[in-house]
Design a protein around this ligand. Structure first.
Ligand SMILES: Nc1ncnc2c1ncn2[C@@H]1O[C@H](COP(=O)(O)OP(=O)(O)OP(=O)(O)O)[C@@H](O)[C@H]1O
Length: 221
């Protein structure tokens, strides 16, 4: 399923004034494709992800996850949409220190209120190259491996949309390239509509499309 943003405007209060974080932003990400979003600090990249993740309601514009208009949903329905159809990979893996890799993924089953699926967790961890690390805890994993757990965890709910914020910022060039390769492969294999926010222009050749944020505007639109 695709992700479509149309004429999105997001405004934050700024003292007596308002700060326009997203200014008429439109973006269409077909399923099975990866769009990289680059741009300077403060240009609105994280705001774009927050809106696409339905974490923040824009002042104007439309967000479609597949055919579902997120703006038309109640807050409870948006939370369900986010849990079931959107995967989010934050910059910091935020893994729980005492849990093994498999258990990190199983936590999301519990959050979703469903049965725990250790087999599914193990399969996903194998997919991201961690089949020998299933019982490892975060301190036993490298930065790149922790980021792989983070990515596998985001796929537990079989999302249609994958939103990824700066996944390579803590990694060296080689490991960063491996993570972007992995995201591109997962995007194709699972038919995801993926948005990858990155400062890192080194890995953009793996993206199907590169868009640039500048002062809240996205080009090409
Ligand atoms: N919760 C908030 N309240 C008020 N202003 C905010 C808030 N979040 C972001 N902003 C402002 O909105 C603008 C866009 O910020 P955003 O974090 O989306 O940019 P960014 O491109 O992700 O930056 P970075 O690369 O540094 O993370 C900035 O001017 C920022 O200061």
């Amino acid at each position: 399923m695709s992700l479509t943003l149309t004429d999105v405007r997001l405004v934050y209060p700024d003292g007596d004034r308002e700060l326009v974080a997203l200014d008429e932003v439109s973006l269409h990400v077909p399923d099975g494709t990866l769009t990289a979003v680059v741009g300077p600090s403060g240009s609105g990249k994280s705001s774009l992800l927050a809106v696409a993740a339905t974490l923040v309601r824009p002042r104007a514009g439309r967000i479609l996850v597949g055919d579902t208009d997120a703006g038309a949903l109640s807050d409870a329905a948006r939370t369900r949409l986010r849990l079931n159809r959107v995967g989010i990979v934050f910059q910091q893996p935020n893994l729980l220190p005492s849990l093994t890799a498999v258990e990190q993924l199983q936590v999301t089953d519990r959050m979703r209120g469903g049965a725990s699926r250790p087999d599914h967790a193990e399969r996903l961890l194998a997919t991201v190259g961690l089949k020998d690390r299933l019982r490892s805890r975060p301190h036993q994993l490298s930065g790149g491996e922790r980021q792989r757990v983070n990515i596998a965890r985001a796929l537990m709910g079989a999302p249609e949309v994958l939103l990824v914020d700066e996944p390579t910022s803590a990694l060296d060039e080689h490991r960063g390239a491996q993570i972007v390769d992995l995201l591109a492969d997962l995007t194709r294999h699972h038919g995801l509509a993926t948005v990858l926010v990155t400062h890192d222009s080194r890995h953009l050749d793996r993206a199907d499309r590169v868009a640039t944020m500048h002062d809240g505007r996205l080009t090409p639109p």
